[in-house]
Design a protein around this ligand. Structure first.
Ligand code: LCV
Length: 259
């Protein structure tokens, strides 16, 4: 059974994440369907993509599929982790990807939404970045995405509290482009996509890649890289990481002891 609904019309491609039983948890299977759709859209010269969940959902995406996180001793968010593959696929897609967001956005779901080029949310949308709740060592790609999107004090608050922020705050921060009522959001997003489709696809593709390259242009010395990798290993080798995964499975609050 497919986990997505894929449509393409008038140079606009739509990907509906439709694994509702797990609130669109970003499993390898769901991610594979999304990246396959993007590959197909690239072959069709699609000029704008809409990434969404079905209308009226309570949860846009529950984030990384926790059941697929490694048990420990291995970087849970390494280069080849499906979530990292999806984030890059969106960022490197040669046309704008518009996130049409309804419901809650959790953890890696926020990173997928933030990888999109334009974000339009319904009023009840919330965003929660949750590695601290799970005991997961966030990767520096995710940290940089956050630093590029919102002011440092707010990024720290979201990371350290793992609490949701409302769409109204996200709009004030410039993290999302618009808030639109649920009954109007689809028409609004397609209006944006139509403007994009009418413009030069080559010019837009080049500007999107220029922005991606410049936004990620940070000097990374070998010492800095190794220090960050060493810090993250302390976390994913910790008993707290194990406790975070176990607490999730047992549907109980985690009890972290800092080791
Ligand atoms: C697997 C799930 C998930 C899920 N994975 O419905 O950003 S990082 O670094 O933290 C990264 C590692 C990351 O993204 O981690 C995941 C962060 N996500 C979260 O913390 C959200 C976890 N989910 C929830 O808090 C709740 O599911 C919400 C509030 C989204 C919805 O609550 P609700 O009561 O409506 P359930 O919790 O009953 O979820 C329905 C089914 O989906 C599974 C969940 O285990 C349940 O499965 P069972 O019916 O088999 O019990 N599910 C939800 N989220 N991220 N599976």
């Amino acid at each position: 059974m497919s986990l997505t609904i894929i449509e393409a019309q008038d140079a606009i491609g739509t990907i509906v994440m439709n694994h509702l039983q797990k609130h669109n948890a970003l499993s390898g299977a769901l991610i594979a369907e999304i990246t396959t759709a993007l590959d197909s859209f690239r072959a069709q010269n699609i000029r704008a993509v809409v990434l969404r969940a079905p209308a009226g959902v309570k949860v846009w995406s529950a984030g990384h599929d926790v059941s697929e996180l490694p048990e420990g001793g291995r970087d849970p968010l390494g280069w080849n982790d499906p979530l990292r593959v999806l984030v890059r696929a969106i960022q490197e897609f040669p046309a704008p990807v518009i996130a049409l967001i309804e419901g809650g956005v959790w953890g890696g779901g926020c990173e997928v939404a933030m990888a999109c080029d334009i974000l339009v949310a319904a009023p009840g949308v919330t965003f929660a970045i949750t590695p601290a709740k799970l005991g997961v060592p966030y990767n520096i790609g995710g940290i940089l995405t956050l630093m590029n999107m919102i002011p440092l004090p707010v990024a720290k608050e979201m990371l350290f509290t793992a609490q949701p922020i409302p769409a109204s705050q996200a709009l004030n921060l410039g993290m999302i482009n618009y808030i639109q009522p649920a009954e109007a959001i689809e028409t609004f997003v397609h209006g944006l996509a139509a403007h994009i489709v009418a413009n030069s696809p080559l010019s837009i593709a080049v500007m999107k890649e220029e922005l991606r390259l410049l936004a990620s242009a940070h000097a990374m010395t070998p010492e800095l890289f190794e220090r960050i990798q060493g810090l993250r290993r302390v976390v994913y080798d910790s008993t707290d990481y194990q406790e975070g995964l176990l607490a999730f499975r047992e549907k109980r609050p985690p009890r972290f002891n800092g080791s």
